[in-house]
Design a binder for this molecule. Structure first.
Ligand SMILES: Nc1ncnc2c1ncn2[C@@H]1O[C@H](COP(=O)(O)OP(=O)(O)OP(=O)(O)O)[C@@H](O)[C@H]1O
Length: 315
């Protein structure tokens, strides 16, 4: 659905030159929810604006929704939906009218049916006559998304869709985005600087820092690739901890086994899968367990490993 190679954008102004995006390669398959994660100023919005034809790349090529970005931007625009940060609704215009107007702009034939369908899908039923300015933050974001979907684009771009929303509205919006993928087979490309959003919502992530993609994969893959899972083992008898370490050090899933205080700390390849066999190995060595804890590395650990900084500090 998206294939980009070497996309770059430089801004030149009174304060010198800013290399906002420095040669980004990315591929997005149909039906994926892909998250573009990075701290403020990393180049997320600039990349999104290039992919949605709003900004000309300084270098690189891309095919978006089946059309070449440079050769046929109008065809790209017809096949994509784009919800910018802050949206673009007129506060005085009622919901249904706003949707109808957008449908006219795109030449949608079944305008009233499409408006009703979008109101049903995005939980806007009963709000059709309300001016956009009177909606809550979450309702307005859903209207912004409905507007982006009016012409049934197979690919939807969302720029920081949940910024400024309360936790409940954010969770609700995630459900709607998942439903677009599952019900309509839509491909969604979204930018975010929220770790929890990237983790919970996205099938795959591209992590960008200072204009370059520094890591990519599913949230689980990224976390596994970089840090491995951590299993801590507490024993009924602390004195047996060295024996437990010896029993597990050669276990195929264990990368590292270290004793810290009275507990055993294991770095393992895939903690969930390994857990049962670790317990069996300890049992076989006659070690009595008191507690076992499996902790996953976070996306922030991933960012830290690839950039040497925390995403939170970098933002
Ligand atoms: N029109 C512009 N003129 C000059 N510099 C710009 C322009 N647009 C963006 N930049 C710079 O390019 C860099 C990347 O900005 P961009 O908005 O793409 O980052 P971002 O990852 O989307 O950040 P945020 O999370 O804050 O939206 C920043 O250093 C920014 O200041």
């Amino acid at each position: 659905m998206i294939e980009a190679r070497g996309l770059a954008r430089t801004f030149t102004g009174g304060h010198g030159t800013v290399e906002a995006v420095r040669g980004v390669d990315l591929s997005v398959a149909p039906g994926e929810v892909v998250g573009f994660l990075g701290p403020n100023g990393a180049g997320k919005t600039t990349t999104l604006r290039m992919l949605t034809t709003l900004l000309a790349p300084s270098a690189g090529t891309a095919t978006v929704a089946g059309h070449d970005l440079r050769a046929d931007p109008a065809a790209v625009r017809r096949r994509i939906g784009h919800v910018a940060q802050g949206g673009g609704t007129d506060p005085g215009v009622p919901v249904a009218e706003e949707l109808d107007l957008q449908a006219r702009l795109y030449g949608v034939r079944d305008r009233s049916a499409r408006t009703a369908e979008l109101c049903a899908h995005l939980d806007l039923k009963g709000l059709e006559r309300r001016p956009a300015g009177s909606l809550s933050g979450g309702q307005r974001r859903r209207l912004d998304i409905a507007l982006g979907l009016v012409h049934r684009p197979p690919l939807l771009f969302l720029d920081e869709p949940t910024t400024g929303l309360d936790p409940q509205s954010r969770g609700n919006l995630w459900d709607h985005i998942r439903a677009m993928r599952d019900r309509d087979g839509a491909t969604v490309f979204l930018t975010t600087h929220y770790l929890d959003e990237a983790d919970a919502l996205c099938d795959r992530l591209l992590i960008i820092d200072r204009g370059r993609i520094v890591a990519e994969g599913t949230p689980a893959e990224l976390k596994r690739r970089v840090a491995g899972d951590v299993v801590t083992v507490e024993l009924a008898e602390a004195a047996g901890v060295e024996g437990a370490r010896r029993a597990l050090a050669a276990h195929p899933a264990v990368r590292e086994a270290a004793v810290s205080g009275g507990t055993l700390r294991l770095t393992v390849e895939d903690g969930e899968k390994a857990l049962m066999s670790l317990i069996r190995a300890l049992d076989g060595a006659g070690v009595e367990l008191a507690a076992l804890n499996l902790a996953r590395p976070t996306l922030d650990d991933v960012f830290f490993t690839v950039t040497g900084r925390s995403l939170r500090d970098a933002a």
